[in-house]
Write a protein that binds this ligand. Structure first.
Ligand SMILES: Cc1ncc(COP(=O)(O)O)c(C=O)c1O
Length: 434
């Protein structure tokens, strides 16, 4: 068995629903900067960053040194029964950056756990298990988070501790309101929210949870201001607003440090994970102090906020802010978007190019209409891989190419990637109708 190909061993002992990319999957064994090398010695420019997690890229001395120093102390874990200096310091930084008044932070090990915590807080605070979520959302893999995931491809179970009602708005390209102007789209979605509150809930809803840009949903971007309009309605009813910043946080969207800031909204809670640890397992919730403190029982995450991940995450956060990677994401993201829009003009398989900062989606369609084209997306993945570029895939129909390189990306790397992407899209487009 040990000398069988790794993919065969993977399939024999890991779940069938744990999908891997590529007909011939890759084992990444080395990384530096924005490049990774596989076990066959082939090097790739990485434009998916371990699903937006390697926010700084690979082999970052400041992070490795901080983690190594912690390992050298002999302490990998103590538990939250004892004081953890790096946890307190990281919480202080995140609370300040959140702009949430009297903010408090609870650390978890993943985005799922962060959202489970936010739902627990909101439902206890409001004494209601009714939740509003956005169609085409993804918030995680546990029962409550699957319960608020509006995407059939990721809805493994209908069992749920929360009663969820879905509203329109996150995914404009295929929305029944998609043809409207920004202002009219926001109006139509807000009217839908009011209608949902009146027809699908008993009024005393706990919270709305939303991704400012839908990640798994294909980097779908609603018009700025949508969530401000929603927040006005929510405030009338005392409904809490949770922004899921697992993909959009830490300046990735360029325009702002948190995705939700583009809407001019300070939410009651934000959840985060992925990029903060640059690969270390860390997530969390930052919430209004009164909401955070509303649990009437003990709650603990054994590994949440452990010394290794909080020391590492502290170094990541300092690096992000000291190097103003948000500004880099804004500048290079605008170039990426413009470059891809130029490519799209010549290729009818590209239905939509959208995004903000270094979070850009390319939705592929059957030429001549808007029918989703997942086969073309799979083909673009193979083509780009063959030419040394790793990209992601997603969307409700699995037909969206997702581009989210480390935020330390350089202009040279961007033009290299754009060249490979343009060639890959052209090659796949040329096969249409053959
Ligand atoms: C927006 C969003 N929320 C939550 C999660 C769940 O995070 P995790 O996989 O760390 O549990 C994800 C993961 O992709 C996500 O994209």
């Amino acid at each position: 068995m040990a000398d069988s190909p790794l993919i065969d061993r993977h399939r024999a002992v890991l779940p069938s629903w744990l999908a891997v990319y590529y007909q011939d999957p890759i084992e990444i064994v080395h990384g530096h900067g924005r490049r990774v090398t596989d076990s066959n010695g082939k090097t790739y420019l990485d434009f998916f960053a371990g699903i937006l997690t390697n926010a700084l890229g690979y082999d970052v001395a400041e992070v490795s040194d901080a983690v190594r120093k912690q390992l050298d102390s002999g302490i990998l874990h103590t538990s939250t029964l004892y004081l953890i200096r790096s946890q307190v310091e990281l919480a202080e930084k995140i609370a300040r950056l959140s702009k949430i008044p009297d903010a408090k932070v609870f650390f978890t090990n993943s985005g799922t756990e962060a959202n489970e915590t936010a739902l627990m807080l909101a439902t206890q605070f409001r004494r209601s298990h009714q939740v509003l979520a956005i169609r085409n959302s993804y918030h995680g893999r546990a029962f409550a988070t699957v319960g608020i995931t509006g995407n059939r491809g990721w809805a493994a179970s209908a069992l749920s501790p929360v009663k969820v009602s879905y509203v329109h708005g996150g995914y404009r390209y295929r929305s029944p309101f998609g043809h409207l102007s920004d202002a009219d789209y926001i109006k139509a979605c807000t009217e839908d929210l009011v209608d949902v509150l009146q027809t699908s809930t008993s009024g005393d809803v706990a919270c709305m949870i939303a991704e400012p840009i839908q990640g798994v949903g294909g980097f779908a971007v609603p018009p700025d201001g949508l969530y401000a309009s929603f927040a006005e309605v929510l405030a009338e009813h005392g409904i809490l607003f949770i922004s899921d910043e697992v993909q959009t946080g830490w300046g990735r969207t360029g325009q702002s440090f948190w995705g939700i800031e583009a809407h001019g909204v300070v939410p009651d809670m934000m959840t985060f994970a992925k990029g903060l640890g640059n690969g270390l397992a860390i997530g969390g919730v930052v919430a209004r102090g009164d909401v955070m403190d509303s649990l009437g029982a003990n709650s603990i995450s054994t590994f949440g906020g452990n010394p290794v991940s909080t020391v590492g995450a502290g170094a990541v956060l300092d690096y992000l802010t000291d190097h103003d990677l948000q500004a880099n994401a804004e500048t290079l993201g605008a170039e990426l978007l413009a470059g891809l829009r130029a490519v799209a003009e010549n290729h009818p398989i590209v239905g939509d190019v959208r995004g903000k900062g270094l979070m850009v989606g390319v939705e592929l369609v059957k030429p001549g209409g808007k029918s989703p084209h997942p086969e073309a997306a799979a083909a673009v993945l193979e083509e780009t891989r063959a030419h040394g570029l790793l990209v992601g895939k997603g969307g409700l129909h699995n037909n969206v190419i997702r581009l989210a390189p480390p935020m330390t990306l350089t202009a040279e790397e961007l033009s290299e990637a754009l060249g490979i992407l343009a060639d890959a899209i052209a090659a796949v487009d040329a096969r249409e109708g053959q």
